[in-house]
Write a protein that binds this ligand. Structure first.
Ligand code: ATP
Length: 269
């Protein structure tokens, strides 16, 4: 998965309709659509461009999806990278990759940069086990200096995702850097039903399927878990050579997913 993720790329147009639930987060991020569509209208009035947005929340709650949807809604270029990859690089490579990505994004502005797993490079500096990791610190410093290097009017918005906001270096959160914070929550029953609806839009469902009931029986499932559940149920139906997913397929796969997560918790050291 690593190599496809680290490439910057244009993606199929995803919109806020693809993001179920997360109404508050959609509203906050949605405020940036108008700016990205017509940044000149803002700069003419001397308004400083919004810069960094930190998306916080547990894994699989749709942080990446929401960033993509913002790019889709505004119709702008999207640059995606995962910070965890930088720390595996040779010293200097991470920083130069960051520089290159910001240069490209500025050239193609208005645009969006998305940095997934920001905490991988963004932990408080100088506290790494065994003395800091040079590559990590250089990469973090480069991100900070790129964010400071904007003139104020470039229409490049930098979104970053983390599920560990508590470990981030406070330097990242200063004004002009990641100063807007948007929280995504695990979905409640209603949101889980909405997510199931999104992911079964193009899937044939048997008449006995009750997504509301399924939502009620999947507490703790993230959006990513629900998407996975739909896919597993579709696979089960296909294996059984049926032409629609029945409630039984969902129930069976939900129990498997739940058992699976219990087991993986049990063997964790
Ligand atoms: P991570 O922290 O693990 O990177 P994330 O918060 O970025 O996770 P995504 O990668 O956006 O989560 O979610 C994975 C997939 O789960 C999405 O591509 C989408 O198919 C599905 N998904 C997650 N949340 C939602 C949602 N609110 N509505 C619809 N689909 C969702």
């Amino acid at each position: 998965t690593g190599s496809s993720k680290k490439e910057t790329k244009a993606v199929r147009r995803i919109t806020f309709d693809d993001v179920a639930g997360q109404e508050a987060a959609k509203r906050e991020v949605g405020e940036l659509v108008d700016f990205l569509k017509d940044p000149e209208r803002y700069s003419r009035l001397g308004a400083e461009a919004p810069r960094g947005v930190l998306l916080m929340g547990p894994p699989g709650t749709g942080k990446t999806l929401l960033a993509r949807a913002l790019a889709g809604e505004a119709g702008v270029a999207f640059y995606h990278t995962s910070a965890s990859e930088f720390i595996e690089m040779f010293v200097g490579v991470g920083a130069s990759r960051v520089r290159k990505m910001f240069d490209e994004a500025k050239e193609r502005a208005p645009s969006i940069i998305f940095i997934d797993e920001l905490d991988a490079v963004g932990r408080v500096r100088g506290t790494g086990l065994g003395g800091g990791n040079d590559e990590r610190e250089q990469t973090l410093n480069q991100i900070l200096s790129e964010m400071d290097g904007f003139s104020g009017h470039e229409a490049v918005i930098v979104l970053a995702a983390t599920n560990r906001p508590d470990v981030l270096d406070p330097a990242l959160l200063r004004p002009g850097r990641f100063d807007r914070h948007v929280t995504l929550e695990l979905p409640d029953r209603k949101a889980r039903e909405a997510i199931l609806k999104v992911h079964t839009r193009k899937i044939p469902l048997a008449e006995d399927v009750d997504l509301s009931l399924l939502a009620a029986s999947t507490p703790g499932f993230s959006g990513a878990d629900l998407k996975n559940l739909v896919n597993e149920a579709a696979m089960a139906a296909a294996r059984a050579d049926e032409n629609a997913i029945r409630m039984g397929h969902f129930d069976e796969m939900r129990d498997k997913v739940m058992m699976g997560s219990v087991r993986s918790l049990a063997i964790r050291p």
